[in-house]
Design a protein around this ligand. Structure first.
Ligand SMILES: [Zn+2]
Length: 255
């Protein structure tokens, strides 16, 4: 049995499988891994000077100037074969949920229903004073094109996109749910995450402690490689469709 078939067999036998995804999921959608060396995004700025909640409150203009090109890319990106494959596995009842470190919303665009976004997302923004929440869509022009800072229609204060910045707590409910799924799962499929960013990187270990089997698909090695049942150092966009196909889910063309 090759590794693809072995992964498919583990998923086929699972009663409660979950996927954990990271930046590698979206590279084929044209979104660079913002944290990886060479992508440039973090190299030009000190994240704590720009992308922390303290910096945001001190100087929102700088934050929006910095995030604007990234947000434009995130909001226009389209899912790739890896996203479609996970959505198919969920539709076939073979995975119960996707826990993701990504803020690009591509799992939902591909049709995944149960998505836990532990680093938040760009669909909504929250007023930093009155805490009202608004759909980002209505501020897209200010946010992306005009070069301004979006303001709360109710109280006039600055709106912060619902992504988790440095110095901010992760969304408690989402993290609690992610941990609950992790403790309950019998198979965890880690896809496109190098498992370097806390606390999501601890979830495979938690799953393992509760007896789950692990399938790792990532270009680079991870610290959990030798504890996994199946480890594939490959691009998720190449491998996940093959696993989905080997599970018997119908292969669909989206491009
Ligand atoms: Zn407000």
């Amino acid at each position: 049995m090759n590794l693809i078939e072995r992964a498919a067999s583990l998923l086929g036998d699972a009663r409660h499988a979950v996927a954990l995804t990271g930046a590698g999921m979206s590279t084929r959608s044209g979104i660079p891994d913002f944290r990886s060396p060479g992508s440039g995004i973090w190299e030009q700025v000190d994240p704590l000077e720009v992308a922390s909640i303290f910096a945001f409150r001190r100087n929102p203009e700088t934050f929006f100037d910095w995030i604007r090109p990234m947000a434009r890319q995130l909001l226009t990106a389209q899912p790739n074969a890896a996203h479609w494959a996970l959505a198919q596995l969920e539709a076939a009842g073979l995975i119960q949920a996707v826990i993701t470190q990504n803020i690009d919303g591509l799992h939902q665009k591909a049709g995944s229903q149960r998505v836990l976004e532990v680093h938040g997302h760009l669909r909504e923004a929250t007023c930093i004073r009155c805490y009202r929440i608004f759909a980002t869509e209505q501020f897209a022009r200010t946010f992306l094109a005009d070069g301004g800072v979006p303001h709360c229609p109710e109280c006039g204060n600055v709106l912060k996109p619902n992504v988790i910045l440095y110095g901010e707590q992760l969304p408690a409910t989402v993290m609690w749910e992610a941990q609950r799924y992790t403790r309950q799962c019998d198979v965890m499929l880690v896809a496109g995450s190098s498992l370097e960013v806390v606390p999501a990187c601890d979830l495979p270990r938690l799953a393992r402690q509760h007896g789950a089997r692990l399938i790792l698909v990532n270009l680079q090695p991870t610290y959990m490689d030798d504890q996994a049942d199946v480890t594939l150092h490959a691009d998720v966009a190449d491998v996940l469709p093959l696993i989905a196909q080997a599970c018997g889910t119908p292969l669909t063309e989206h491009d």
